[in-house]
Design a protein around this ligand. Structure first.
Ligand SMILES: Cc1cc2nc3c(=O)[nH]c(=O)nc-3n(C[C@H](O)[C@H](O)[C@H](O)COP(=O)(O)O)c2cc1C
Length: 132
């Protein structure tokens, strides 16, 4: 299955996680500013990364418009989610998973910090579900 990681990151935490996931899956990782929605849609599995922003929301200036454009044409392609958060409890990810609905392959990976803060067993489970 052709895969891609597409992310937004303000301070680099989600970017670190994006690069780790892409390296482990053997696919490319792009910032949303570096790829078009139509190029992302050339893939069968799109792995979106966005930190908790606003009040438990997706980043709305760059990421949300890109994500909405991809999702408008997602059809039966597969979607996975990840992102970094700070002081919350992961509410943004629960809302995001619910919004994706049936296209979601597995629960989103949430990390309180950057790549060095990843819970290894959760991470291995996430990667295992994406090795499709
Ligand atoms: C404007 C802004 C809003 C944020 N809102 C939340 C939030 O609602 N919940 C939360 O857990 N963390 C929130 N955070 C913390 C970020 O999710 C956290 O710093 C994360 O590591 C940033 O990821 P990044 O380095 O990929 O940008 C917010 C940070 C900023 C700058």
């Amino acid at each position: 299955m052709k895969k891609i990681v597409v992310y937004w990151s303000g301070t680099g935490n989600t970017e670190e996680i994006a690069n780790k996931i892409a390296a482990d899956l053997g696919c490319d990782a792009f910032s949303v500013s570096a790829i078009s929605a139509s190029d992302a849609l050339e893939n069968d599995l799109i792995i979106f990364g966005c930190p908790a922003m606003g009040a438990e929301e997706l980043e709305d200036a760059e990421f949300k418009p890109f994500y909405d454009e991809v999702m408008a044409s997602i059809g039966d392609k597969k979607v996975a989610l990840f992102g970094s958060y700070g002081w919350g409890d992961g509410e943004w990810m629960r809302n995001w998973e619910a919004e994706v609905g049936a296209n979601l392959v597995t629960n989103g990976l949430i990390v309180n910090g950057g790549a060095s803060d990843i819970d290894d067993s959760e991470y291995q489970k996430f990667i295992g579900e994406l090795n499709i």
